[in-house]
Design a binder for this molecule. Structure first.
Ligand code: S6P
Length: 597
């Protein structure tokens, strides 16, 4: 893409806000005009496109259709919620702050609760934060999309987490204002106001909250949101829902949705901690200052574009060859590595082994609710050394992710072990300007690596800096794994074609995608989708009369259902023929383009 084309692309920064742009879709599901042809872009261009999308998180509000991260209304609500948390921190008896969500939203709930409980421990205070993730702890590192559709499970898990508590601040996270699991929890809060105060975090305006009926329930996500809006006036419920623009890969809320969730939650909890423990009042200025620090963090990846595209290229090459990408991380950056790697499975239909994360200390470092999760979830560096390293060679990419506050000699030791098997070793690490500790070791590690992204931060190390390191690392890893899969040909335009249809949100997204790409009516697209799910050329009454949960349950064991349905729709061929076509042309993007031409 030329410079002028790129300038022109940037001028479409706000295009998605027009009421005429994909009007039937909520912001979180719209396709981003900035990435319309990311599937044809070079690695350097992919990096720039992703950065431009991320920067939409901090667009100014002036003249905008939607409220933003730093809009007055949003900041005010953040202050009010921070004050509620402060009250609990000052008198934590029989009280709890619960953060809950599905998929990435639940993973961030875990990350944030861990950090702030750790901060409390350092102050000799008992923990007050608790997380819930739909599907339990195995959902931290694997795709468990079905529990997202279960509002009763949401309610039960919240009741269980809060047993015996008299005061609970519940923070439900659903980027798309859509997850029935979270709607169920919010409903429970609304029914028991004497105990629960509900807060909803998401990134659509309230009128775009999902309004589809939830089987077995009298409420929809939207009706719950409307009830909360009524109570918000008297501060009995809180809504934090700025728009951050459509995702770079349509609907992939692990990206901006996840980053913005992390920003908002950390801003609120940091303000509450400062108020409770250092007598720093919660002010609009303080909140904005913290936000601006994150805004600055977004500039860091831009300063490393070249290194970033080299990393992306290397990861793309490994995946194209059917080889692996491994993240070896330390501390909370290691958790981000685990999370990013595990999200490649549902996001790109990747194999579990394609991108894997490992963390120093394994479950001891993690301190998750359920402890070690068994042989299917091996996450420590020792596991990497025993199970993965022996089979690696130069085609497999390994990325070290650490900061100068980690055990750098341990990083060096591991780097040497990896280097014996593959020269395709890279590093991303954070350091504070002027800190000379472990410089020699860091230089030695750099010499072992093919490329190193050294990110130097100006301020002295502080709690805020750790959060900035995390955000910056999240942006890097999201860009790396997304870009590598784009290069592998997994994306068509800016849509993930080969999505797993394992819950109702994904089922609706798949049908919509088929409509958009085939131009066929919705009913025909749904038919084609069901034929691919059930592997039949003719639908039976039993199939057509089943509900979506039966379809999504069946789809758990199927692969390539959307590409198959699309090929059938475009060519009118049978499923068997469509399968053959896709076998001959395994790059989904190329197979679809062949049909379209
Ligand atoms: C999205 C990710 C999903 C979502 C999950 C919850 O990239 O793969 O797992 O996090 O579906 O979505 P939401 O809108 O309720 O936060």
């Amino acid at each position: 893409m030329s410079g002028s084309e790129w300038t022109c692309r940037l001028s479409s920064m706000h295009e998605w806000e027009s009421p005429y742009y994909e009007p039937s879709l909520p912001v979180s599901e719209k396709s981003n005009p900035l990435t319309r042809d990311i599937d044809r872009a070079s690695s350097g261009c992919i990096v720039r496109m992703l950065q431009a999308c991320d920067s939409q998180m901090f667009l100014e509000e002036a003249g905008a259709t939607y409220q933003r991260l730093m809009s007055d209304g949003v900041v005010e609500t953040l202050m009010e919620v921070a004050k509620k948390v402060e009250l609990i921190l000052k008198d934590p008896r029989d009280s709890l702050v619960v953060l809950s969500g599905c998929g990435t939203s639940g993973r961030l709930a875990f990350l944030v609760t861990s950090a702030f409980n750790r901060a409390l421990k350092e102050l000799n205070q008992s923990p007050v934060y608790s997380y819930i993730i739909a599907g339990g702890d195995k959902a931290l590192f694997s795709s468990q999309e079905a529990p997202e559709d279960d509002p009763k499970l949401g309610m039960l898990s919240l009741k269980e987490a809060c047993e015996g508590k008299k005061r609970v601040l519940f923070i439900g996270i659903s980027c798309g204002l859509s997850a029935p699991f979270v709607a169920g929890q919010l409903d429970l809060c609304l029914q028991n106001p004497q105990v629960y105060t509900p807060v909803l975090v998401g990134f659509n305006p309230t009128h775009q909250a999902r309004d589809e009926p939830i089987p077995g329930c009298s409420f929809t996500f939207r009706s719950v949101v409307q009830r909360m809006e009524g109570l918000a006036k008297s501060q009995k419920a809180f809504l934090i829902n700025p728009a951050v623009g459509p995702e770079a890969i349509s609907g992939s809320s692990r990206m901006k949705g996840g980053s913005a969730t992390k920003i908002l939650l950390e801003v609120v909890l940091s303000a509450a901690h400062a108020a409770a423990f250092t007598h720093t009042p919660i002010t609009q200025q303080g909140i904005l200052q913290h936000m601006r620090a994150y805004e600055k963090t977004l500039e860091i990846p831009c300063a490393h574009n070249e290194g970033m595209s080299a990393l992306l290229e290397a990861a793309g090459k490994s995946l194209q060859r059917g080889r692996r990408v491994c993240y070896l991380g330390w501390g909370s950056l290691g958790v981000l590595g685990l999370v990013d790697a595990s999200e490649c499975v549902p996001t790109f239909g990747a194999d579990y082994e394609d991108v894997r994360g490992f963390i120093s200390g394994g479950y001891n470092e993690l301190k998750n609710n359920e402890g070690p999760l068994g042989p299917d979830f091996r996450i420590s560096h020792e596991d990497f050394l025993h199970l993965v390293l022996p089979s690696l060679d130069d085609h497999d990419m390994v990325l070290l992710i650490y900061t100068q506050t980690d055990d750098v000699s341990d990083v060096e030791k591991l780097a040497r072990r990896v280097r014996e098997k593959t020269s395709n070793l890279h590093a991303v690490y954070h350091r504070v300007d002027g800190d000379t500790a472990a410089t020699v070791q860091q230089d030695d590690i750099n010499k072992l690596c093919l490329s190193s992204l050294r990110i130097t931060w100006p301020s002295p190390a502080s709690g805020l800096l750790q959060m900035q390191w995390e955000l910056c690392t999240k942006l890097f890893l999201n860009a790396l794994s997304t870009g590598a899969h784009v290069l592998k040909g997994k994306i068509y335009q800016n849509h993930m074609m080969d999505l797993q249809v394992t819950n109702s949100k994904l089922y609706c997204r798949a049908t919509r995608l088929l409509q958009k790409l085939s131009g066929c009516p919705e009913s025909k697209c749904e038919e084609a989708l069901l034929k691919a799910v059930y592997k039949v050329d003719n639908l039976t009454v039993e199939i057509t009369s089943s509900d979506i949960s039966t379809h999504t349950h069946t789809a758990r064991t199927r692969t390539k259902v959307v590409p198959l349905a699309l090929v059938c729709l475009l060519t009118g061929c049978s499923l068997a023929e469509a399968e053959l076509r896709l076998e001959q042309q395994p790059i989904v993007r190329d197979a679809v383009e062949a049909c379209l031409s």
